[in-house]
Design a binder for this molecule. Structure first.
Ligand code: TIU
Length: 223
């Protein structure tokens, strides 16, 4: 058999047996990225996230070409808010809350324009789009069953935001036995400090719950 490719990563090489690897693209939704959406109502500078889109476009294209499983997630809730814990609704001081009408429809509500993925990263036919009510992609979803069904053992994790939904998902995955590679230029935070430290936290202590590399290190090994 052909030798398994290894991506140059921190704290060490990340093995890439392509058939066992899924690319997970977390919450690249209009409500987090566009001015006036949920992210901005929380007081955030949404411009910080725009830089993630071009490298992520390249990574998604390469993953598709390599035949890798691509999974997109969206954070959001049912229109009747029955899956929105009151504690989540109350948290923070947004000028608009989850479920309120915003410039892109009701904030973080499934089926609304703002809840969907930005045009530049739109899923294609056959790709999995996973709706999640929480920050982690495993909580209250069938992600574990999907990964098992496809024989996936390793995840490449991208999306927003680094210290919130990306971290939560990588921590959940780590506890479930998945090795995760986080692509530093394909994850974004509203806070530069959290981006830097958030990435350090993953790979510290010999890779306490994952690996970190930039997209160039991965793309070297994909068609
Ligand atoms: N606010 C923030 O940084 N993130 C979220 O609310 N959700 C995700 O990270 N997707």
């Amino acid at each position: 058999p052909a030798a398994v490719v290894e991506v140059d990563a921190v704290p060490g090489p990340f093995a890439l047996p392509v058939g066992e690897v899924a690319l997970v693209v977390i919450d690249m939704q209009r409500d987090f990225l566009l001015p006036g959406g949920f992210g901005e109502t929380l007081g955030n500078d949404v411009g910080q996230l725009a830089a993630v889109v071009p490298p992520l476009q390249r990574v998604i294209a390469a993953a598709r070409a390599a035949g890798m499983l691509v999974i997109h997630t969206r954070e959001g809730h049912r229109p009747d808010l029955s899956d929105l814990p009151p504690a989540k609704l109350r948290r923070g001081k947004p000028s608009m809350r989850i479920g309120d009408p915003g410039p892109y429809g009701r904030i973080l509500i499934r089926g609304e324009y703002g809840h969907d993925i930005v045009d530049d990263l739109a899923p294609i036919e056959g790709e999995i789009v996973l709706d999640k009510p929480g920050k982690g992609a495993f909580y209250a979803t069938d992600l574990a069953e999907i990964l098992q069904g496809h024989g996936i053992t390793r995840l490449i994790v991208t999306g927003v935001t680094t210290e919130v939904c990306v971290h939560t998902t990588v921590r959940e995955a780590n506890d479930r036995g998945y090795d995760c590679l986080v692509l530093s230029d394909c994850v974004g935070s509203y806070f530069p400090e959290f981006q830097r430290v958030g990435l350090q936290m993953i790979a510290a202590q010999g890779g306490i719950f994952g690996w970190v590399a930039d997209s160039a290190a991965l793309l070297e090994h994909l068609p």
